[in-house]
Design a protein around this ligand. Structure first.
Ligand SMILES: [Zn+2]
Length: 186
């Protein structure tokens, strides 16, 4: 668990996540389907390739590709929304599958999400030091048993410690574990 927490402490910058830009996708008129492929490159190498179909009102990512961006399920239907432009015509937007905000960019993290949804997910998952009492709980565990991690059972009481103290430490530890568990399950 501790290694897992450390992994989560390294936020992956948004600009390194595979994304789909609504303004760069072709426009499909009513009754027409346009098939194509999205691809992502990193340092000149292709790192992701994903088939899509565009209808007038939605983008469909059928999934099943072997070369899909990592961590992406990529099997989704994303609705489009349209707004009128001040000088005529319409602008097309994605409706974020999670919060339904109107957005131009979606990031492919598990399911496609807008910047705000990815951000809030990351902020709360990636900053476990914000869990009140976590550092103190880890310190106490170290004091009781050097090998202990937050995921292992609470260490036994050392001979020279009062039961009252040990119970207090154990209760604090349980509280922190519960807070951590809640964050990781968001
Ligand atoms: Zn969203």
């Amino acid at each position: 668990m501790r290694a897992f927490v450390q992994d989560l402490q390294k936020p992956k910058p948004l600009d390194r996540l595979p994304r789909v830009d609504c303004s760069k996708l072709p426009l499909a008129h009513e009754g027409i389907r346009i098939d194509g492929q999205l691809s992502w490159r990193q340092h000149g190498d292709q790192v992701g390739l994903l088939a899509f179909s565009i209808y007038q009102d939605r983008l469909v990512l059928p999934g099943g590709e072997r070369f899909a961006p990592r961590r992406s399920k990529c099997r989704d239907t994303i609705a489009f929304e349209f707004t009128n432009q001040p000088f005529g015509g319409q602008r097309r937007w994605f409706s974020c599958p999670e919060c339904h905000s109107r957005v131009r960019l979606l990031f492919l993290v598990g399911v496609p999400r807008c910047r705000k949804c990815v951000g809030s997910k990351y902020t709360c998952q990636l900053e476990p030091t914000r869990v009140p009492g976590l550092e103190r709980a880890l310190e106490i565990r170290k004091r009781l048993d050097r090998q202990s991690s937050i995921a292992s059972p609470f260490p036994r009481k050392p001979r020279d410690m009062h039961w009252k103290t040990w119970y207090r430490f154990r209760d604090q530890d349980e509280l922190v574990a519960m807070r951590l568990f809640r964050l990781l399950c968001v």
